[in-house]
Design a protein around this ligand. Structure first.
Ligand SMILES: C[S@@+](CC[C@H](N)C(=O)[O-])C[C@H]1O[C@@H](n2cnc3c(N)ncnc32)[C@H](O)[C@@H]1O
Length: 234
């Protein structure tokens, strides 16, 4: 998916679907308080699964923060949180809704992770983002995450590692047809062109993260859909 199509798709997801577009398990009539609580619940499960190091003396970068649902939850556990996202519309909305001075949001260029407001951090975190990114772009993100992390820092992210089945591929085509007929969302997601899920295998993740310099500590989850990867910078 081209970067422009991806940005357009995510910008549209807010305008056409609403604040629950960040997580399709959040109900369609959810208010912001419910969305924030869903972030806290998701992060609690992530901490339990990964044993992610937390502390008010630590700083975290969230990649693909969207509206800041998870950044707000991270701020309960970290002293400083920076959220970056490729969709300017989402960042604008995240900034408007943010009430905490220890959190800030920035638009990312989608090529590099180089936030203007921090030059180093203790944790790079991402949830429900990296399977939208192809292997080449993700490799660059892995290198940048390694550069940003302090020694002993952690790279913690979730991936949907389910194989992309024929049924899923057909649903991409079906969505395109719906959009052409004027139906702008289906099953909670925008139907416009631009969506694509990539499958990154365990072998590819281990090899690429190791080549970048990380020690891979975990690639497991309760389901393939919710696989958690933990990599440490020695
Ligand atoms: C499903 S939403 C998840 C948002 C947030 N992590 C959460 O759980 O609430 C996926 C987010 O990833 C962002 N995204 C997609 N591709 C990206 C990229 N290459 N770099 C940074 N963010 C990206 C989208 O704009 C969107 O906000």
């Amino acid at each position: 998916m081209s970067q422009t199509a991806s940005i357009e798709w995510w910008n549209k997801s807010l305008d056409e679907v609403g604040i629950h577009s960040m997580d399709k398990l959040v109900s369609a009539d959810a208010n912001w308080t419910t969305v924030l609580q869903s972030g806290r619940d998701d992060l609690a499960r992530a901490i339990e699964m990964t044993g992610m190091k937390c502390g008010k003396d630590r700083s975290a970068l969230e990649v693909g923060c969207g509206l800041g649902r998870m950044s707000a939850a991270l701020a309960d556990h970290f002293g400083r949180v920076v959220g970056v996202d490729i969709a300017p519309r989402l960042i604008e909305e995240a900034q408007r809704r943010n009430e905490r001075s220890e959190i800030s949001f920035e638009v990312a260029d989608g090529v590099h992770l180089c936030p203007a407001s921090i030059t180093a951090c203790d944790t790079v975190f991402s949830y429900e983002v990296f399977y939208y990114i192809n292997a080449e772009a993700l490799t660059t993100y892995f290198r940048d995450a390694f550069q940003l992390l302090r020694s002993g820092g952690q790279f913690v992210f979730q991936l949907n590692m389910e194989p992309v089945k024929l049924k899923t591929r057909l649903s991409f085509v079906f969505r395109k047809c719906l959009y052409a007929c004027g139906i702008k969302h289906w099953r909670g997601w925008p139907t416009g062109a631009g969506y694509r899920r990539y499958h990154h295998s365990r072998a590819w993740l281990t090899r690429t993260l190791t080549e970048v310099g990380f020690t891979v500590e975990q690639i497991t989850g309760p389901t393939l859909r919710q696989t958690w990867i933990v990599a440490a910078k020695p």
